[in-house]
Design a protein around this ligand. Structure first.
Ligand SMILES: *[C@@H]1O[C@H](CO)[C@@H](O)[C@H](O)[C@H]1NC(C)=O
Ligand SMILES: *[C@@H]1O[C@H](CO)[C@@H](O)[C@H](O)[C@H]1NC(C)=O
Ligand SMILES: *[C@@H]1O[C@H](CO)[C@@H](O)[C@H](O)[C@H]1NC(C)=O
Ligand SMILES: *[C@@H]1O[C@H](CO)[C@@H](O)[C@H](O)[C@H]1NC(C)=O
Ligand SMILES: *[C@@H]1O[C@H](CO)[C@@H](O)[C@H](O)[C@H]1NC(C)=O
Ligand SMILES: *[C@@H]1O[C@H](CO)[C@@H](O)[C@H](O)[C@H]1NC(C)=O
Length: 406
């Protein structure tokens, strides 16, 4: 046995009592020796020595794939959403981030089929980032030019830089940036500028409940789809809006690989949606899929270009035109962003004019959001916005109480 206790514990947990270290004879190294011999993995090696309990939880019976960020990847953290967690040495977040880097099963790069994404379960199971059955997933895809990419939360992409470093308990794949654990639906729709959709979820009283419902799929219309409807949807009652939002939600996680031609899915509202493939396009009823597989803590979001109507579940696209017609009577296009004023303003709300430019997305959405708030023409400013936020916080507490009573 080794003198270094974390390594021997690790070897024990992975069932590696007979760990071998001889590179010349071609026998497999244990993980500790493998990492110790990689000059580009010194930061990762130090990190897992600091948090050995993560590896100790791993099953000894099945192989694992460790996505090991190289040293350059750690240098990029200050520019990512993981910055504060690493700067403040937030042990809880860091251990969850590390768990997200361990995939179930031994996955060799050569086993990836070009163009076909696979969704691989990880050892991240903390509900804050993983309210899905069987561990949060990472999307893995082999792109043209033989580039292998792992897609994580907020659409982050990590590229494989060194493949298939086998060790006794599985394989290490080296990546060029850290995976981001998927965040909740509100943070993610904000990052993807799906603000009218987020606002409609609030207007229909579906938030915060939809953010804590486990294992779901959302078809999220982009802002232009809500703008094309204008008053046809924005003047509806909260109950009607809620019904429409439920029609955009599936009570199961369906990644793009499950959106096969002709499939019908029963929605949270009760009516079916139909998937249609035409040429290279995929439609949900008559809405075209714009971006698939945006991972969130409790499932996945697919972005679409039209608001779906449960009153017309048989809507079919006209694949010869680029933008499908709205499927609501009385649609009148508007320039403001419907429902964005229904988003409760919290400390992260971008009403403030000193909104930092730390992330490009927030910087870009700031003017739009600000104009929506000022268009309410009540002389609203940050103070009123804060008040709204407090009110919303009270509402969330009330809703939380109601949920617990159920
Ligand atoms: C280590 O990193 C450097 C710089 O990122 C790179 O040029 C080199 O190829 C890497 N070594 C291996 C074995 O991948
Ligand atoms: C989503 O997470 C953020 C923190 O990242 C939190 O401020 C926000 O309230 C959460 N959204 C909901 C609906 O709970
Ligand atoms: C996860 O789902 C459960 C229901 O299974 C829910 O009670 C809980 O609030 C959710 N957790 C989070 C962090 O969303
Ligand atoms: C967000 O959507 C609005 C309305 O469609 C658009 O004007 C704005 O440019 C978008 N912002 C980003 C960052 O995509
Ligand atoms: C949904 O589709 C399935 C399969 O075609 C069908 O059996 C079911 O009756 C449909 N449900 C509704 C509510 O239309
Ligand atoms: C999808 O199915 C429909 C019939 O249900 C068929 O007309 C269409 O050609 C199929 N699309 C593709 C791309 O195979």
């Amino acid at each position: 046995m080794r003198s270094c206790s974390w390594r021997s514990l690790l070897a024990t947990s992975l069932g590696l009592f007979a760990a071998r270290t001889n590179a010349q004879t071609g026998t497999l190294l244990d993980l500790g020796d493998l990492l110790a011999g990689q000059k580009n993995l010194t930061t990762f090696n130090a990190l897992i020595q600091k948090y050995p309990e993560i590896l100790l939880q791993l099953p000894s019976t099945q192989g694992v794939t460790i996505l090991a960020p190289n040293n350059d990847a750690f240098n990029k953290i200050p520019y990512s959403s993981l910055n504060s967690a690493f700067k403040d040495n937030n042990q809880d977040v860091i251990t969850n981030v590390l768990e997200y880097h361990i995939l179930q099963g031994t996955r060799l790069a050569a086993s990836l089929v070009p163009g076909n994404p696979t969704f691989i379960p990880t050892f991240l199971t903390s509900p804050e980032w993983s309210n899905v059955t069987g561990g949060q997933n990472v999307e893995n895809v082999r792109q043209a030019g033989n580039v292998v990419v792992f897609v994580s939360g907020q659409g982050s992409r990590s590229t494989l830089t060194q493949a298939d470093l086998s060790f006794t308990g599985g394989v290490v794949q080296v990546i060029d940036s850290l995976l981001i654990p998927p965040s909740n639906i509100t943070d993610t729709t904000t990052a993807f500028n799906l603000t009218s959709f987020q606002g409609a979820l609030y207007a229909g009283d579906r938030l915060p409940i939809d953010s804590t419902t486990p294992s779901v799929t959302f078809f999220a219309p982009w802002n232009a789809a809500f703008q094309a409807l204008g008053p046809a949807i924005s003047t509806m009652t909260s109950d009607e809006i809620g019904q429409i939002m439920d029609y955009h939600m599936l009570p199961q996680v369906v990644y793009s690989t499950g959106l096969t031609n002709g499939t019908k899915f029963i929605t949270a509202q009760g009516e079916n949606l139909t998937v249609l493939h035409s040429g290279n396009n995929i439609y949900i009823n008559s809405a075209q899929l714009l971006q698939t597989d945006i991972l969130i803590a409790n499932g996945v979001i697919h972005m679409i270009d039209n608001v779906l109507n449960p009153q017309g579940p048989g809507a079919q696209p006209n694949p010869t035109i680029a933008t499908q017609a709205p499927v609501f009577a009385g649609a009148t296009s508007v320039t403001n962003l419907p429902f964005t004023s229904d988003i409760p303003c919290t400390s992260s709300c971008s009403v403030s004019t000193h909104s930092s430019s730390s992330t490009a997305v927030n910087a870009k959405t700031t003017p739009t959001t600000t104009s929506v708030y000022t268009s309410k023409s009540k002389g609203v400013g940050v103070a009123v916005a804060r008040e709204t936020g407090l009110h919303a916080a009270g509402l969330m507490v009330a809703l939380g109480g109601a949920v617990m009573l159920l």
